[in-house]
Each structure stands twice: as structure tokens, then as C-alpha cells.
Design a protein around this ligand. Structure first.
Ligand SMILES: NC(=O)c1ccc[n+]([C@@H]2O[C@H](COP(=O)([O-])OP(=O)(O)OC[C@H]3O[C@@H](n4cnc5c(N)ncnc54)[C@H](O)[C@@H]3O)[C@@H](O)[C@H]2O)c1
Length: 359
């Protein structure tokens, strides 16, 4: 079957994030035509379809499949990603699943297996992985330019404590049509908390840059009086024996003063990434750190790039071209964070799940 010239796209879950980002980005994308919106809330699906001028509003993912789409974005709450994504992938439709891909590692790897069976392309919603600096790190670190990995480190400190407490009253100040359900980020039974909403980005950057897989983790979490984790610290052993630490907190007071920093140490050099200031520096051998060209904030965190990549892959006749944020990486992140939650609760190291095919 030949690739379409313009991708027919659907969005499943038209809540805060889909309306604030994806529908705006898709409407700007000349290669995309949004043909269907799906939300279990009928009034919301109708309202978003009216505002974004989309011809079909439905409440059931089966109707999206019947509408004949090339690709779809799943932006339902974390615990509601698997079901629509599985149905879409089974129908051979390319899918961008928002982060975290799922809460359960078995479900995440199941989506990877479904995509492999039908040849559908599976992306995960990690904007940082589309930045030129992370692409450069992939080239330098995975390409072995700095030698053998030794220690990777990340700190992701953001201002989401109100969301984690279930207070969404200020959310529409940042755009969007509808505020998130308070439970999406604050309910421990629905994957609320800093790990699944924020640390997931940092883990994705670290795994993407190094190309490594997590083997096991020891974690501690600080709830600070919330029902969900506000801050977490992880010590990780990677599949090659190198080690990593990642820390996160949602307690920063303003978005402007957040900190998102990474260090990658290898046998022949190291690299320092700052995605807030758009900086990447690399030291080779005994030489000093040298700055790569700086990025703007929008280039360092290219939010719209996730749907651009979905659409580009859907109209690309080469169905095997590499994805910046593939399902396999999303599943590794889910497996690490699930193991970290278990470790923090049990007080012992826990292995990160990989099915035998991928071990
Ligand atoms: N990549 C990023 O940087 C980023 C940023 C923000 C949010 N997100 C992710 O986007 C997802 C959605 O977040 P949100 O804040 O928009 O959530 P939200 O609470 O606004 O919910 C999204 C929508 O899904 C609908 N919905 C719930 N269950 C459904 C189902 N089974 N079928 C169809 N529709 C369903 C709800 O009615 C709602 O309209 C989350 O997983 C979140 O982590 C990603």
C-alpha cells in the first residue's frame, strides 16, 4: 500500500493537553488533516470539534477506526492509554501515545508487540527527544565518541505541586479549553505523582541519549503530605553495568525557575545538558568543556514536534525509518518507574521488566 500524501489524523482524549498542544499543532501542520475527535465525554468531544473545526466527534475508539485514519494521538489520562492504543495499533493505525505510555510495564510491552505484529508505528509523547541537543547526544554517546559509559545523572525540578495536590484552578492560564481532571495528576490509583507526570521526561532523555536499558533500581520517595510522590531519588544500574542517578521534585515555585539538567560521564569525556537554558557542552579526553550551538527554549523543548513526527512517519513510504521517541523506549521508561515505585515502597532494589524478546 502506498503512503498517503496527507495524513488523516484522529485525537483520542481531548482534554487539557490535547487542546492546549496537539490540536493547535495539527491544525498548523500542512501534512495533517484532523478528521475525528474522540472523548468519552460527549459534550467535550462536540465542543472541541466545533472549536477546532473537525468533522467527526465520537465517544468510542471503534468509530475512529471506522472513519479511516492513518494515525492517531492518544491523550487520555495515564491509566486510560492502553485500551484505545491497543485497538488502534491492532487496526494497523500509527499511534502517538502520551507519556507515560502506560502505568503497567506488561501493558507497555504489549503495545510494542501489537505494533510489531501489524506494522503500525508507535511513538511516545516525549518532546525533549526531538530537540537537536538530544539528537547530538545520541550521536556522540551512542556512537562511542566519548568511550564507554560510566555514570549518567539527571535532575528534573519543576513547579507542578498544585497539580499533584489536585488543584487545577490555574491550569487554563497556560492555554487549553478544558482543565485536566483533578485525578489525572493527584490520584495514586490512577498513576498520579511526580514520577509519572514529570520524572518520566528525564528518564526518557537519559535512556535516549545513552541507548542504555535500565536493569534495576533503588528508589526513595517523599510525599510531603500529598497522596502522591512530590520528590523522588533513583539509583539505577544499567544493562551494561554503568550506573545512573535521577532526582526529581515538583516543588519549584515557578515554571521560570525550573531546573532540567543532565551529566553523562564516559571513559573518554563527558557531556552536560541543560534543557531550560538550551545548553549542551561536551568535554573530550583531557580537553575543557566546549559549548555546542545554543538553542531557544522552544528548540530545547519542542512540544509540537511529537505530532509532527507522528504525521511525518505516517506519510513516509519508508516504514522502518528510526523514530525519535519509539514505543520500546517508552516501555523501558514505564518499566523503570514501576520498579522505582515498588522499590520505594518495599525498601529494596527492584529489577526493571523487559520481556525475553527484548532482554
Ligand atoms: N508530553 C507532555 O509534555 C505532556 C504534557 C501534559 C500532559 N501529557 C499527558 O497527556 C495525557 C492527558 O493529560 P490531560 O491533562 O489532558 O488529561 P485530562 O484529565 O484533561 O484528560 C484527558 C481527556 O481524556 C478523556 N478520557 C478519559 N478517559 C477516556 C477514555 N477511556 N476514552 C476517551 N476519552 C477519555 C477525558 O474526558 C478528558 O477529556 C496524560 O497522560 C498526560 O501525562 C503530556
Amino acid at each position: 500500500m502506498s503512503a498517503p500524501r496527507i495524513a488523516r489524523v484522529a485525537v483520542v482524549g481531548v482534554g487539557w493537553w490535547a487542546c492546549r498542544l496537539h490540536l493547535v499543532a495539527l491544525k498548523e501542520n500542512p501534512d495533517a488533516l484532523v478528521v475525528a475527535l474522540c472523548d468519552r465525554d460527549r459534550a467535550r468531544a462536540d465542543e472541541a470539534a466545533r472549536i477546532f473545526d473537525v468533522p467527526l466527534a465520537v465517544t468510542d475508539v471503534g468509530a475512529v477506526i471506522d472513519a479511516g485514519v492513518d494515525c492517531a494521538i492518544v491523550a487520555t489520562p495515564h491509566d486510560a492509554h492502553w485500551e484505545p492504543a491497543a485497538a488502534l495499533l491492532d487496526a494497523g493505525i500509527d499511534v502517538l501515545v502520551e507519556k507515560p505510555m502506560t502505568l503497567d510495564p506488561g501493558q507497555a510491552w504489549d503495545l510494542v508487540a501489537r505494533a510489531r505484529r501489524t506494522g503500525a508505528r508507535l511513538h511516545v509523547g516525549y518532546p525533549f527527544l526531538h530537540s537537536p541537543h538530544v539528537a547530538r547526544l545520541r550521536q556522540v554517546l551512542r556512537g562511542g565518541e566519548l568511550g564507554t559509559p560510566v555514570l549518567s545523572q539527571g535532575l528534573f525540578a519543576t513547579g507542578v505541586h498544585r497539580l499533584l495536590a489536585g488543584d487545577v484552578s490555574a491550569q487554563l492560564e497556560h492555554g487549553g479549553l478544558f482543565a485536566s481532571a483533578p485525578s489525572t495528576y493527584s490520584d495514586p490509583l490512577r498513576g498520579g505523582g511526580q514520577m509519572n507526570s514529570q520524572m518520566t521526561h528525564a528518564v526518557a532523555v537519559l535512556l535516549s541519549a545513552t541507548g542504555l536499558h535500565p536493569a534495576s533500581v533503588s528508589a526513595y520517595s517523599n510525599f510531603s503530605g500529598l497522596r502522591v510522590d512530590l520528590a523522588d531519588s533513583l539509583a539505577i544500574e544499567m544493562n551494561d553495568g554503568s550506573v545512573a542517578t535521577i532526582a526529581t521534585t515538583g516543588s519549584v515555585h515557578s515554571h521560570a525557575s525550573r531546573i532540567e539538567e543532565y551529566r553523562f560521564f564516559a571513559s573518554d569525556g563527558h557531556a552536560c545538558l541543560d534543557t531550560v537554558r538550551g545548553r549542551l557542552e561536551i568535554a573530550r579526553g583531557g580537553q575543557a568543556l566546549t559549548a555546542e550551538p545554543a538553542l531557544t527554549e522552544a528548540e530545547a523543548n519542542p512540544e509540537k514536534a511529537t505530532s509532527v513526527a507522528l504525521v511525518a512517519a505516517a506519510i513516509d513510504p519508508d516504514r522502518t525509518s528510526p523514530l525519535a521517541a519509539p514505543g520500546e523506549l517508552g516501555a523501558d521508561v514505564v518499566a523503570l518507574l514501576a520498579a522505582a515505585s515498588e522499590s520505594a515502597a518495599a525498601g529494596r532494589p527492584v529489577g526493571a521488566y523487559r520481556p525475553p524478546l527484548h532482554a
